[in-house]
Every structure is written in C-alpha cells, then in structure tokens.
Design a protein around this ligand. Sequence first.
Ligand code: NDP
Ligand code: PMR
Length: 393
Amino acid sequence: MALQAAALLPSAFSIHKEGKISTSLKDSSFFGIPISDHMKADKREFGLRKLSVGAIRVQAVATSPVFTPATVQGKKTLRKGTVVITGASSGLGLATAKALAETGKWHVIMACRDFLKAERAAKSVGMSKESYTIMHLDLASLDSVRQFVENFKRCGRTLDVLVCNAAVYQPTAREPSFTADGFELSVGTNHLGHFLLSRLLLDDMKQSDYPSKRLIIVGSITGNTNTLAGNVPPKANLGDLRGLQGGLNGLNSSSMIDGGDFDGAKAYKDSKVCNMLTMQEFHRRYNEDTGITFASLYPGCIATTGLFREHIPLFRLLFPPFQKFITKGFVSEEDAGKRLAQVVSDPSLTKSGVYWSWNKDSASFENQLSQEASNAEKARKVWEVSEKLVGLA
Ligand code: NDP
Ligand code: PMR
C-alpha cells in the first residue's frame, strides 16, 4: 500500500514538455477499476481536465483563493466571532487559525492535545496573543472531550463556529491501537471524539446570537468512492456497521467498522465517511430548528502536513511532487487554510448540508458525495450506534 504511489510513478506515468501526461494504463483501468467511472468528479476538482484513453491532458492550475473576511449578510458583525478549531497545532487547523485570526474578526480557541506544541505553532505563524486561546483537548479520550466542554462553558465565551479538524492516520500500522475508551484509534479519534464534542457543544451554539453559526467537519476525497482517489485500495466501506456496533475494541468485536481485519488506511477512510455522514445527519436533525449551518469539505491534497507522519519516508518524499505535478490535486497548507476559513466565515457559504470542494481556479463548489457517504439510512444508523458508544443514549 505504502509503495503504491511510488511504484506507479516511473512505470505508469511520463510527463511531456507541453504538460501532457501519458500513462500506460491504456485499458483505462486503475487497480482493476475502470477510470472513466470516477473521473467526472475528479476532473472538476483537480484540473485533470481531460482524460482520454491512455492520456491525461494536464494544464497549469492557477491557485489564488479569494478569502472574504466576515461580514455576514451584508451587515458588519458587532463582535468578534469565537471559533473552536480542533487539531489547530499543525497543518490545516493551524493555517485556518492563522487565516481567521488575521482578519481581526475571530477569536480562535485552539483545541489541542499538546499545549506547548500549540503555543509554539501559534507563535511560529505570527498569531497575536489576543487572537487565540489554547484549551486542552484529547479526542482519543471521551473524558477529555467532556472536560474540554466544561472548560469551554466556564470560559465565558459563546460558541459561534466549531471546526472538527483533528485527525490521525496510521497507514503502516500492523495492529490496531486504541483510545482511552477502547475504540480503534482512527475512528475513535476522528469520528467518535468529534461526535461527542459536537453533540455536547450544540447547545452552546444554539445560544449564540452570532448571525451565522456553523458546525464544520473536515471530510476527504479518499472516503468518496465516486472519485479516482477514493478508489485507491483499500477503499472506504462501512458495511453493515457490525464492528462499530460491537465497539471497535478488537476483542469480542472487530476493530474495523465493517467487521473486517484491521487496516489502518481503511480505518482512516472509514472515519472520514463517518465525518461526512455525521454532518448530513446533523443537518437533517437540527438545521431547520437551530439555523446552524452544517457543512463538510475536501480542502484539496495538502501533501506536506503531519497527517503522513507515520507513512514510510519514501512516500513522504514522493507524495508532494506526485500530487503537484501528476494529479494536480496539491494545495499548500496556507491556501487550504484559506479555504477552510471561507467555510467558517464567508457569507456566500452559508448553505447547510453541503460538502464543499474547490475547482482548478480555486473557486468553491458544492460537490457530490459517494453513494455510501450520502446514504441517509446509514447516516442515521451511524448516529444511533455512535451515541450509544459515547454514552449519550
Ligand atoms: P495534521 O497531522 O497536520 O493535523 C492533525 C491535527 O490533529 C494535529 O494538530 C494533531 O495534533 C491533531 N490530533 C491528532 N490526534 C488528536 C487527538 N487525539 N486529540 C486532539 N488533537 C489531535 O494533518 P492535516 O492538517 O492534514 O489534517 C487536518 C484535517 O484535514 C484532518 O481531518 C484530515 O483528515 C483532513 N484532510 C487532510 C488532507 C491532506 O491532504 N493532508 C486531505 C483531506 C482531508 P498534534 O499536533 O498534537 O499531533
Ligand atoms: Mg491519492 C486525482 C487523483 C488523486 C487525488 C486528488 C488524491 C488525493 N490521490 C489521487 C490519486 C492517487 N492516489 C493515485 C492514482 C494513487 C496510486 C498511485 C494514489 C495513491 C495514494 C496513496 C498511497 N493516495 C494517497 C495515498 C495515501 O496514503 C493518502 C491517503 O489515502 O490518506 C488517507 C493519499 C491521498 N490521496 C489524495 C489525498 C487527499 C490523500 C490523503 C489525505 C486524505 O484523504 O486525507
């Protein structure tokens, strides 16, 4: 798995001067998957403008995202908004915190498991002291999530926007590891920790008088099997949720949601499907009554972040150029941060229930989720099983 990208680079793709990429995948299949089925969504997102059999025509992609600071529905906001961002100590979370803090219109609560790392990170990107507060949150412990919510309630701020951004990815792990509560780590952290956090903070958001309240959960293309990226094995698949129902503990139940053998890369992709399903279930249950906007997004491939820290060195070396020059899906941490900051505060992105993506000109558009990631029945089931696991039902 780790070597798939590397192995394919020299043999399957070659780049010609005029920017065309020829591939040896002449039968239009990729890992046995017909490419044509998946290219529609990919083409819009990643500038793979034209795929004909045996050739991908690639053109330079200008990325100049426009970030509009928060003026909501034409009115100037009267006070600074308060936004909680989980995992703001690096990568996308940090870049988003910076982008929002710089506008002067947001106070950022950096919800992080490593206080010192977060403090250093905020300083390193030049965030002013008044623009942020660091609060401890370890999403791999439900007690820590509850403690964070208590601390937040005591800090005297109203919550206007919550961004569920933190994640772990364990592509090379041979055995599962577990959260404090005994859930497989990726789904436990990325999905269950955020599920409890957002459920417990919903009341705070309801009480906010901010003109545009939002709950944002970061999704990903790799959880969406209607794309080429989502068809790179192992594919996301929640199955009938038998492992989730059993508590993902690896003892009397599988550590995988679908009940299969442990696979760290699949566990991550499954967790992203849960993130995208959760956003839609929140939308169905609460949007009308609360006016809160629920949204998810794929910010682009931010191939340089700490997410890949557990991947083998060769992958970490080749992944950024592969995404930059071949898939054209690459986005810098700074630009991805501006994208997520748009979803937090841009007045034109208030629609609820949407999975946002950005096209080759860095313009946002409502993207389509895969069948599984948009299955309302599955979303309801994931919600109901998850609320039992985190002690809400
Ligand atoms: P990073 O590894 O840079 O950031 C992840 C953050 O999550 C870190 O701050 C990390 O904290 C934090 N975190 C991990 N575990 C916990 C925990 N138990 N409790 C609290 N915080 C925790 O990766 P990215 O910036 O790339 O990832 C951010 C989001 O973007 C994720 O949701 C990811 O799925 C998504 N994404 C990323 C893409 C990419 O190409 N990179 C593409 C699509 C989506 P610490 O600093 O302490 O390790
Ligand atoms: Mg993928 C349009 C093509 C595209 C895009 C946008 C991504 C994004 N990837 C694409 C294609 C391919 N990838 C192809 C053709 C291959 C086989 C060579 C490939 C391989 C690959 C690997 C091994 N890609 C990966 C991995 C990872 O370990 C990353 C992963 O799945 O993390 C969960 C990854 C990713 N590719 C992406 C993105 C955004 C990721 C990682 C981040 C994420 O989903 O959060």
